[in-house]
Design a protein around this ligand. Structure first.
Ligand code: PLP
Length: 394
């Protein structure tokens, strides 16, 4: 009989998300006349911008003619898109060669695949509350997880002062679900720690485009020494609405080596073995995101989500509810009122206000008394949800 990967048996079933979906559909069945406000979603609601749509159409036409047709694309990404990404970093003062940029079909795919570079004995440190994929991908690979809880006392940011015995260090900034963003000073502590320890930081920058405070780092490569210890994983999903179109990029500096092995060369070997590149059409769409028209249009879309966040934050302010995030991130991480547990608060909001959010417990044990509201919904829905929040929380 074939031996199976029994690490899958160690995965916790995502009961919570299944339970939420069940509760919402049961409520809808019993109350068909009531409209539900979906503020739990991590998916965008605005369509792709015009610059991207035009580029996608042009690329489809390219595929119709012999002279401009593209077959297999280079495994690590098309030169034109790697150039556009390098240029994007250069404008922010970060010099990267195109060979340090890998085009991917999204951050999730990459987060799952990149840990192939590390031995099974490497311990993964996850700062919680966290995006659940970090823990699950490492459990599947049979790794030990170090759960580092954060709380409201530190604004949901962690410090390496206790020198955890971590080999792979996950940092998500701006954070999903808390919206917390690392300062350069605190990020520098992690970079110095990783370099001292010989660990590797996986920096998830999926929400970097939401940072509006100039002094906050949007890339870990703004920190000196990060080129010796960090991999940065980025996505077009929330920046440019590519959740269903699928595109991302990963930066692995050539300077990053561990145990006499170079991680950039290893990743080239991995990609050339395990992928055949990302679709030509989609990469052309991604290139258009970096055009001046594309940049202007995605900023307009992000502003819509940011205005939604303001509407929710104003309602919470009026109700004296404490929250984190919202300013430099699309998520608002609110404290549940009256010391309610996050599941209890989920029920309360669904039954009393027809608002669906995400219970904090879904992101780790330390999320128990918190609740995530997303700013990705339609503005009119968000306005109405804010009215309802006021009416039940005041
Ligand atoms: N990283 C974080 C923190 C996320 O919240 C998400 C999606 O919600 C992803 C990565 C996945 O992004 P992608 O759509 O590029 O796979």
């Amino acid at each position: 009989m074939i031996a199976m990967n029994e690490n899958y048996l160690k995965l916790k079933e995502s009961y919570l998300f299944a339970e939420i979906a069940k509760k919402v559909s049961a409520y809808e069945r019993l109350n068909p006349e009531k409209h539900i406000f979906r503020m739990g979603i991590g998916d965008v609601s605005l369509p792709l911008c015009n610059a991207v749509i035009k580029a996608l159409h042009r690329a489809v036409d390219d595929q119709s003619k012999k002279e401009s047709f593209h077959g297999y694309m280079p495994e690590c990404g098309a030169g034109f898109l790697r150039e556009a990404v390098a240029d994007h970093y250069r404008k922010r003062g970060i010099e990267l060669s195109t060979e340090e940029i890998f085009i991917s079909s999204g951050a999730s795919d990459e987060l799952g695949a990149i840990i192939d570079l590390f031995d099974r004995r490497a311990k993964a440190l996850v700062q919680e509350p966290a995006y659940p994929a970090y823990v699950d991908a490492n459990i599947m690979a049979g790794r030990e997880i170090i759960h580092l809880s954060t709380g409201k006392e530190t604004g949901f940011l962690a410090d390496p002062e206790n020198e955890p015995e971590a080999d792979i260090i996950y940092i998500c900034s701006p954070n999903n679900p808390t919206g917390a963003v690392y300062s350069k000073e605190l990020l520098r502590k992690w970079v110095d720690f990783a370099n001292r320890r010989g660990a590797v930081i996986i920096f998830d920058a999926a929400y970097e485009a939401f940072i509006e405070e100039e002094e906050l780092p949007r890339s870990i490569f703004e920190i000196e020494g990060a080129e010796n210890c960090a991999i940065e994983i980025c996505s077009f999903s929330k920046t440019a609405g590519f959740t269903g179109t699928r595109l991302g990029y990963t930066v692995i500096p050539k300077a990053l080596s561990r145990g006499g092995m170079n991680l950039n060369s290893m990743w080239v070997r991995n990609r050339t073995t395990k992928t055949n590149g990302v679709s030509y059409i989609i990469q052309r769409g991604g290139e258009a995101v970096f055009s001046s028209e594309g940049q202007e249009e995605i900023r307009e879309n992000i502003k819509v989500y940011k205005d939604n966040a303001k509407v929710i934050m104003e309602a919470l302010n009026e109700c004296n509810i404490r929250y984190f995030g919202g300013k430099n991130a699309p998520y608002i991480w609110m404290e549940c009122p009256d010391s309610m547990k996050s599941r209890e608060f989920f029920d309360f909001l669904l039954y009393k206000a027809q608002i669906v959010g995400t219970p904090g417990i879904g992101f780790g044990a330390c999320g128990e008394n918190f609740f995530r509201l997303s700013s990705f919904a339609d503005p009119r829905e968000t306005e109405e949800a804010a009215v309802r929040l006021r009416s039940v929380l005041k």
